[in-house]
Design a protein around this ligand. Structure first.
Ligand code: UT7
Length: 331
């Protein structure tokens, strides 16, 4: 096992106030039922941003993370934001967040790797600490899936939610030597991109009256296909991160999987030989918040006392691209 280079010094989350339950879909004319959504996905409700933005939710999460890490905005060297739903197409949401926080010394940029994006961002940030680019890095995931969801497509609109999570990553030294990222793994398969994507609205086929009329700028997903790949890839990713840390499922205190579907979560846990009482599930309350799902869950387990200094946590994600990633951290 490698000596950890970077550890999580503080966490936070920013959740929109408005809660939409499964029963609320009837009011917007979606033919579905609470029973169908719960049985197929495990989702009961989700938070939907009304006035909040990726930046404002990310700022709330970041302020909590900085406060808990004992770090001022002026001490942040780099801000990395994972988002598939940037507030604007240009510039990056990370620079809006930098301005909002007053982190004037920081370099700021976005990472785009869909639901795996926050683990990708954390791995990039660890590399920057290793190479000496920075010592104190804010790693944020901020997602407003409700803005890219077709609210007429029942196969996707019942699944997603909005929210943000953040951590402050610092060099593992002094009292924190031995704490931090024990292993990390990332993979992608671009040959399968069109199973989960937004067909139009990018630079190849920019927004036009036609694109808006056929609603092809919204997310399209081949759910059943994505499900199969998610189960396979998350199992592979769990193995790789455990191998990298020279650990087995028995050594893990908590599994935090990407929260897309409780059936995918159960399959991942079973494969990694981790009992469900060591698996954190909050998809019932948030739906799929893409890359924000793991940092939101991480903040919840720390705030509730379910994880604490020394806990070994396995995190595993899968999303559009396809991308998949995993990490073992010792808090
Ligand atoms: O975030 C990372 C990537 N995303 C995921 O990991 C999501 C992966 N996929 C899934 O979680 C599941 O495939 C879903 C939850 C999206 C769907 O569950 P499923 O068991 O795969 O259902 P299905 O797509 O095969 O649909 C079954 C039926 C269809 O009807 P027919 O063709 O069998 O008559 C759908 O039309 O359910 C119907 N259906 C619905 N019924 C009621 C689809 N959406 C709904 C709905 N309410 N909202």
């Amino acid at each position: 096992m490698k000596r950890p280079i970077a550890y999580i010094a503080g966490t936070g989350r920013g959740i929109p106030a408005h809660v939409m339950t499964n029963h609320d879909f009837a009011a917007i004319g979606i033919e579905t039922s609470h029973e169908w959504i719960v049985e197929r996905s495990g989702i009961h409700e989700r938070h939907i941003a009304k006035t909040e933005t990726a930046c404002s939710m990310g700022a709330e999460a970041s302020r909590q993370a900085m406060q808990r890490a004992g770090v001022d905005a002026g001490e942040i060297d780099v801000i990395v934001v994972s988002t598939a739903t940037p507030d604007r197409l240009l510039p990056a949401t990370a620079v809006d967040l930098q301005a909002e926080l007053g982190a004037s010394r920081a370099a700021a940029f976005d990472v785009s790797a869909a639901c795996s994006g926050w683990l990708y961002a954390l791995t990039v940030a660890e590399g920057m600490i290793m190479s000496g680019v920075g010592e104190t890095i804010l790693v944020v995931a901020a997602e407003k899936l409700s803005a890219i969801t077709a609210w007429t497509d029942r196969s996707t609109c019942v699944l997603f939610g909005d929210g943000a999570g953040a951590v402050v990553l610092k060099r593992s030294q002094g009292r924190h030597a031995g704490h931090g990222i024990l292993s990390a793994y990332m993979r992608s398969d671009g040959t399968l991109a069109e199973l989960l994507y937004r067909p139009n609205g990018g630079a190849t086929t920019p927004f036009s009256a036609e694109v808006l009329a056929d609603r092809s700028h919204y997310v399209k997903m081949a759910g059943r296909e994505v499900f199969k790949h998610a189960v396979r890839s998350m199992a592979d990713a769990a193995d790789r991160a455990l191998d990298g840390a020279k650990l087995t499922g028995n050594d893990i205190d908590l599994l935090i999987p990407h929260q897309a579907n409780v059936r995918i979560i159960e399959a991942t846990a079973k494969h990694a030989n981790i009992p469900m009482d060591k698996v954190y599930v909050n998809v019932d309350r948030y739906g799929n918040t893409s890359s924000a799902s793991i940092p939101i869950a991480l903040d919840e387990v720390i705030r509730s006392g379910r994880a604490h200094e020394g806990s070994k946590i396995l995190m595993v994600a899968f999303g559009a691209g396809f991308t998949w990633a995993s990490m073992v951290v010792r808090l």
